[in-house]
Write a protein that binds this ligand. Structure first.
Ligand SMILES: NC(=O)c1ccc[n+]([C@@H]2O[C@H](COP(=O)([O-])OP(=O)(O)OC[C@H]3O[C@@H](n4cnc5c(N)ncnc54)[C@H](OP(=O)(O)O)[C@@H]3O)[C@@H](O)[C@H]2O)c1
Length: 256
């Protein structure tokens, strides 16, 4: 069975993606910090889909734990076919007001861990010429985000990185997809502080619908998947409006 590594599998979109890959017959390696939630999901997947689900908890804001995750995967003889880089978080507030540590951790999880895990897994995938990379970005990637500067910039990185490696891998059979959700029901809203914004109270999508769009897009090797017509409309708006206008608009929505 192919093996899929899902980061941030303990809740929200990552948990739903793990369910879809298991339903599709993949064995799973599940990681996040919440070991109990991962074990509960792993038991559920084993029972429902008769797959192997291995739990390896890790804090992806710590580079040594990212490397330890890779070592533990290798020690167990698990060959990762597909990596789903989903773990991520945001924080609403001005750069000068938010904690330096939290902003740095965000860069570590949203960018450094995603890049390092992909780099470490990719040579094996290329050798076997199967599987691929599904990165979870955000529609935040398409404009600057005043009052959430680091998060928006981190998601712009995820989109650029994903598109670039897709081209690098164009002569392989690997699939490379960036899933770009808009406001989605999960722990993210409360955790980031965005839950109180109008965009979260009026137009959230459910995590399972978002994950399904991403899973199907990855299976079809689509480059970018933006679930929901309202989100697609927002991205089109960002591409036609001048950047000074979109950042002013986002700043207004986010109370900058
Ligand atoms: N919800 C939205 O509105 C929305 C919109 C656009 C994009 N996204 C993106 O979608 C992805 C999934 O978010 P979600 O909405 O499903 O939110 P969520 O329910 O809060 O899930 C986030 C996941 O990331 C994991 N995570 C956070 N910090 C971590 C760390 N230091 N080390 C390891 N794992 C960590 C969490 O696990 P633990 O806490 O157990 O570690 C959890 O499993 C994120 O990349 C997010 O940026 C979300």
């Amino acid at each position: 069975m192919p093996i899929t590594l899902v980061t941030g599998a303990s809740s929200g979109i990552g948990l739903e993606l793990a369910k879809l890959f298991a339903a599709g017959g993949d064995d799973l390696v599940l990681t996040a910090r919440s070991e109990d939630k991962l074990n509960e999901l792993a038991n559920d997947l084993r029972q429902k889909h008769r797959v192997t689900a291995t739990v390896i908890p890790s804090d992806l804001s710590k580079i040594d734990q990212v490397d330890r995750l890779c070592d533990r995967i290798e020690d167990r003889g698990l060959q990762i076919d597909t990596i789903v880089n989903n773990a991520g978080f945001g924080a609403l507030g001005k750069l000068a007001d938010l904690s330096v540590e939290r902003q740095t951790d965000m860069l570590m999880v949203n960018i450094v861990a995603l890049t390092r895990l992909t780099r470490k897994m990719l040579p094996g995938m290329v050798r076997r010429n199967s599987g691929g990379v599904l990165n979870v970005g955000s529609i935040a990637a398409y404009q600057a985000g005043p009052n959430m500067a680091v998060y928006y910039a981190s998601k712009a990185y995820v989109l650029s990185f994903t598109e670039a490696i897709r081209e690098e891998l164009a002569d392989t059979d690997l699939h490379v997809t960036c899933l770009e959700p808009g406001a989605t029901e999960s722990d993210f809203g409360d955790d980031s502080g965005m839950g109180k914004l109008s965009m979260f109270s009026s137009q959230t999508m459910s995590a399972d619908v978002v994950a399904k769009a991403g899973y199907e897009g990855f299976r079809n090797n689509e480059d970018v998947v933006i679930p929901g017509w309202k989100n697609r409309l927002m991205v089109i708006g960002s591409s036609v409006l001048p950047r000074f206008a979109t950042r002013k608009l986002i700043g207004k929505i986010q109370g900058a």
